[in-house]
Design a protein around this ligand. Structure first.
Ligand code: NAP
Ligand code: MG
Length: 346
């Protein structure tokens, strides 16, 4: 079994007295900044003048400076802006200003693994990736627990890079829940594969294909929605709490038999071969090249594909049915926020 690191494994001296700059005050950045401050670290926020990040960070009581000044002051810069912003942020603000021996930290290895950032040789480059959305990272920390984290070292110029990564993971609550050591390559490739093949891409296509199959066979869309989307939550909760065993122990004998004989007819060797193709494109860098090119071209294909998803009959039926679900509507804002954060968590 893989070693799980906890608080007693952490060398807190690695970050003691070192100013930490957070650049990117969104889902992850805001949670990291607040947890690190409450863990006793000196935290500043590097934000663009007049932006939402600057306003929010100030309202949370942080000193904000420009991203370039943040990089100048800090011994550790956590770059928590969106992955597609990393190249410019590193080149323009961080590389010219970060002191030798300081650390650059990311929460996902994409930009480093795929060469968007070519780090200076005299800095440490580390990764701490909580396995959860920012609001959960904050909430769990506040109640004295934490969200499990992965940590990794890409470049160790000082001999203390690994200790810094573990101390940062501790500061955001990651070693309270247990941290696992990985590499930039493993974190990035498995994260991308998970969200593409299983969590986001796989799950949404599975749901919609099931919904369409029932509707095309003449069943009511409303009934199909309940069977193929709504009830998935119950199943996922059981899987999350106790794996396949708990899920099986809560469903009927008939459901279990159907699961065993029909599941492998839907997700079969053919599906797995497609999954391997997806993984190959991630490993070869093809997916990253496509996504970077899509961004550079103004995301026209991305926008069109996203709109096609939002226009699906599944979405129309779902919106109507959900408007009658009192527990979702009592706090529409919170429900929406949770949905958005959960989507981003992947
Ligand atoms: P996000 O919420 O989209 O972050 C947006 C923030 O980045 C805003 O504060 C924005 O500031 C700022 N920003 C955008 N471009 C910037 C630039 N060029 N310079 C400085 N600040 C800039 O991002 P996120 O989802 O937290 O993701 C951050 C990193 O964490 C990514 O590497 C991601 O892969 C990783 N990650 C995310 C999650 C998650 O749950 N979301 C989980 C694990 C890892 P303005 O308000 O000024 O626009
Ligand atoms: Mg992900």
């Amino acid at each position: 079994m893989e070693r799980i690191y906890t608080e007693s494994d952490v060398n807190q001296a690695a970050l003691k007295g070192q100013t930490i700059a957070i650049i990117g005050y969104g889902s992850q950045g805001r949670a990291h900044a607040r947890n690190l401050r409450d863990s006793g670290h000196d935290v500043i926020v590097g934000a663009r003048a007049g932006g939402k990040a600057e306003r929010t960070a100030k309202a949370d009581g942080f000193r904000t400076v420009s991203p370039a000044d943040a990089a100048k002051e800090a011994k550790l810069v956590a770059l928590l802006a969106p992955d597609m912003a990393h190249r410019a942020s590193y080149a323009d603000d961080i590389a010219p200003n970060l002191a030798p021996g300081a650390a650059l930290l990311v929460a996902h290895g994409f930009s480093v693994l795929y060469g968007q950032i070519a780090p200076r040789e005299d800095i440490d480059v580390i990764l701490v990736a909580p396995k959860g959305p920012g609001d959960l990272v904050r909430r769990e920390y506040e109640i004295g627990r934490g969200v499990p984290a992965l940590f990794a070292v890409h470049q160790d110029s000082t001999g203390t890079a690994r200790d810094k990564a573990m101390a940062y993971a501790s500061g955001i609550g990651g070693t309270t829940a247990g941290a696992i050591e990985t590499t930039f390559k493993e974190e990035t490739e498995t994260d991308l594969f998970g969200e593409q093949a299983v969590l986001c891409g796989g799950a949404s296509e599975l749901i919609n294909a099931g919904f369409e199959t029932l509707v095309e066979a003449g069943y009511k869309p409303e009934v199909a929605y309940f069977e193929c989307l709504h009830e998935l939550k119950l199943i996922v909760d059981l899987l999350y709490e106790g794996g396949l065993a708990k899920m099986h122990s809560f469903i009927s004998e008939t459901a279990k038999y159907g699961d065993l004989v029909s599941g492998p007819r839907v997700i079969n060797a053919e599906t797995k071969a497609r999954m391997k193709e997806v993984l190959t494109d991630i490993q070869s860098g093809q997916f990253a090249r496509d996504w970077i090119a899509e961004n550079e071209a103004g995301k026209k294909n991305y926008d069109a594909m996203m709109q096609a998803d939002l226009d699906l009959p599944l979405e129309k039926v779902g919106a109507e049915l959900r408007s009658h679900m009192a527990w979702l509507n009592t706090d529409t804002k919170a429900a929406t926020a949770t949905t958005q954060t959960e989507a981003k968590a992947a």
